[in-house]
Design a protein around this ligand. Structure first.
Ligand SMILES: Nc1ncnc2c1ncn2[C@@H]1O[C@H](COP(=O)(O)OP(=O)(O)OP(=O)(O)O)[C@@H](O)[C@H]1O
Length: 294
C-alpha cells in the first residue's frame, strides 16, 4: 500500500480565461501535516476544493486516500473531512445540538451521536459552553466547534482551509495543539494558511504556490536554507526595520554586505544577524524582484 495520503500530478484548473492552477504536482505522506502557502488569490482554496471533491479539475491526476478523485469520488469522500472558511454551523443552535445533528445526518444513532458530541465537546474544551447558542461564541470557540463538527465521523484525511485566520494568539495556539494531537493520532492534515509562523510550527512539509505553479516545496528547514544562511537587519531608534539583507552566512559575506551598505542607511542605529524566517522564504519565492544573498 502507498505511503502517500495525497498525490497530485499535472493538476490544472481555469475559471473562464483565468488559469488558476497551471500544472500542480505535490504529494503528502500519510500521518503528516502539509501546509499550502501562497499570496491572496494564488488558488489555495481552489486546490483544497478540488482535493475534497467540491470542484472538478480540468486536467491532471489526483489520488486522495489511495482513490482516484474522478473515478472513485465516493471513496474519496469517505476518506476525508473538510473545515472550510465558512463552515456549516447553525448559529441558532447550541454546540451540543450542532454536533448531535451532524452525527444523526452522518448516520450515527441517537445514542452514538450523543456520545460522540460529548467526547468532542470535551476534547475541544467546549463542555462549559455546550448548551449556549453558537451565536454567543467568541471567534476561537466558534473555530474549535467548526473543527469538532468536521470530526464527528472520524476520517483519515483532514482538510483545513485557513483554520486560524482572524484568531488571537491564544486561540491560534489552542488550535495548533489540537491539530498536533490529531496528527499524533495518525491523521493526515492538509491545511492552507496565510500565516507563515503557522506553517513553521505545524507543517512537516510546505508547498508555496505562485502564479499557478508550485514555486517551492520541502521541509521548513529546506525552504529556509534555499533563501540564505543569515539575514542582517538594520533598525532605527524606534526599533523599526529599515533594511534586511540576506547573506550566505560567512564572515566574508557579512563584511561584504556591510561594506556595500556603507553610508546608504544613515538612520540605522542597530544591527542584528538572525536565521531566515518563513517570511523571508515567502518574499523570496513570491516577490517580483528577488534579493540575492551576498
Ligand atoms: N468559482 C469561481 N469562479 C470564478 N473565479 C474563481 C472561482 N473560484 C475562485 N476563483 C478565482 O480563482 C483565483 C484563486 O482563488 P482562491 O480562492 O483559490 O485563492 P486563495 O489562494 O485561496 O486566496 P485567499 O488567500 O485570498 O483565500 C481568484 O482570482 C478567484 O477570484
Amino acid at each position: 500500500m502507498s505511503s502517500l495520503a495525497i498525490e497530485v500530478v499535472g493538476l490544472r484548473k481555469a475559471f473562464g480565461q483565468q488559469v488558476v492552477l497551471d500544472g500542480i504536482d505535490l504529494s503528502v505522506q500519510k500521518g503528516t501535516v502539509f501546509a499550502l502557502l501562497g499570496p491572496n488569490g494564488a488558488g489555495k482554496t481552489t486546490l483544497i476544493h478540488i482535493l475534497s471533491t467540491l470542484v472538478a479539475p480540468d486536467a491532471g491526476t489526483v489520488k486522495v486516500g489511495g482513490y482516484d478523485l474522478t473515478a472513485q469520488k465516493s471513496k474519496v469522500k469517505q476518506s476525508i473531512s473538510l473545515t472550510g472558511q465558512y463552515a456549516a454551523v447553525d448559529e441558532m443552535l447550541t454546540a451540543e445540538e450542532n454536533l448531535r445533528m451532524i452525527g444523526r445526518l452522518s448516520g450515527l444513532t441517537a445514542a452514538e451521536s450523543r456520545a460522540r458530541a460529548d467526547e468532542l465537546l470535551q476534547a475541544f474544551d467546549l463542555t462549559a459552553a455546550a448548551r449556549k447558542y453558537v451565536k454567543t461564541y467568541s471567534g476561537g470557540m466558534r473555530r474549535r466547534l467548526d473543527l469538532a463538527i468536521s470530526l464527528v465521523v472520524s476520517r483519515p484525511i483532514l482538510f483545513l482551509d485557513e483554520p486560524t485566520t482572524g484568531l488571537d494568539t491564544n486561540s491560534r495556539r489552542t488550535l495548533w495543539d489540537i491539530i498536533t494531537q490529531l496528527k499524533e493520532q495518525g491523521m493526515t492534515i492538509f491545511l492552507t494558511t496565510q500565516y507563515l509562523e503557522e506553517a513553521d510550527q505545524l507543517a512537516d512539509r510546505i508547498a508555496v504556490i505562485h502564479k499557478g505553479k508550485v514555486a517551492a516545496s520541502g521541509t521548513v528547514k529546506e525552504l529556509k536554507s534555499r533563501v540564505s544562511e543569515e539575514v542582517i537587519e538594520l533598525r532605527n531608534d524606534k526599533d523599526e526595520l529599515i533594511r534586511s539583507i540576506p547573506t550566505c552566512g560567512s564572515i566574508q559575506g557579512v563584511m561584504r554586505a556591510l561594506g556595500e551598505l556603507a553610508g546608504t542607511v544613515p538612520d540605522a542605529t542597530k544591527i542584528s544577524i538572525r536565521r531566515p524566517s518563513m517570511d523571508d522564504v515567502f518574499l523570496e519565492l513570491t516577490s517580483e524582484d528577488k534579493k540575492e544573498a551576498v
